[in-house]
Design a protein around this ligand. Structure first.
Ligand code: SF4
Ligand code: SF4
Length: 229
């Protein structure tokens, strides 16, 4: 489902913070996204999250922009898409076999003891996940029973608010395929994905990894010009 359809349908709250959020968030580089898409995403989420504290609101918007960048990276990485679609060794649903959409895992909560801000952010992201999921079902998608509750016959209902666990996971089969396609150039990206995917979430910085974006930018710059989405 196109991102902008869901963003357009998000309930409005207040546009009072949009300028502040644009100034704070659009100043950062988004190597894999077009400026128009970044601006629209900030505007819509800022409006919807207008009643939330600035720190949490901007962290939630930043998270969605990070996920959209990773989505764009995975779209561009043909070896990854090809393996998942055509030769996954874990049929019938690959790694979507459990409730991996949960933003904080049990070990995050019990072992890392996340900060209050992290818990607040996880709560806001979970609410946004729920809206994104419900919107997908309203568009006619049907859940595939017996696996992750967000898996449908045409894939995941989440795009902008996938969990850190889902968005960073690459199975060994995909890692091998990327290494075969890019040689040593893939190593830094794979290591960054592995590190953030396996860290327990303690602070708000643990939800995302600038190193993933940096290494992906280097990887794709070596392969071909960036295709902005
Ligand atoms: S990441 Fe690996 S396990 Fe998951 S769908 Fe792709 S090939 Fe299958
Ligand atoms: S949330 Fe989506 S990507 Fe993650 S396990 Fe469920 S269906 Fe798969």
């Amino acid at each position: 489902m196109p991102f902008d359809l869901w963003l357009k349908d998000l309930p409005d709250n207040t546009s009072r913070h949009v300028r502040i959020d644009l100034d704070a968030l659009h100043a950062r580089p988004f190597s894999f996204l077009s400026s128009d898409h970044v601006v629209y995403q900030i505007e819509r989420l800022s409006d919807h999250l207008g009643s939330k504290p600035l720190l949490i609101r901007q962290a939630a918007i930043s998270y969605s922009l990070y996920i959209r960048q990773l989505d764009a990276i995975q779209e561009q990485e043909k070896s990854l898409r090809r393996v998942c679609a055509l030769s996954c060794q874990r049929p019938p649903v690959g790694c979507c076999n459990g409730e991996h959409h949960t933003i904080l895992s049990l070990s995050d909560v019990l072992l890392a003891r996340p900060t209050q801000n992290s818990l607040h952010l996880a709560h806001v992201l979970t609410a946004l996940q729920s809206l994104e999921h419900t919107h997908a079902l309203d568009q006619g998608r049907a859940v595939r029973p017996g696996y992750c509750s967000h898996l449908t016959a045409t894939g995941c209902t989440l795009r902008l608010f996938k969990s850190p666990r889902c968005i960073h996971y690459l199975c060994p089969q995909v890692e091998l395929a990327m290494t075969a396609a890019h040689g040593d150039h893939a190593a830094a990206f794979l290591a960054a994905m592995h590190d953030i995917g396996n860290c327990t979430i303690h602070t708000m910085q643990d939800f995302t990894s600038p190193e993933v974006i940096r290494t992906a930018t280097v990887l794709f710059a070596q392969a071909k010009p960036l295709n902005r989405q």
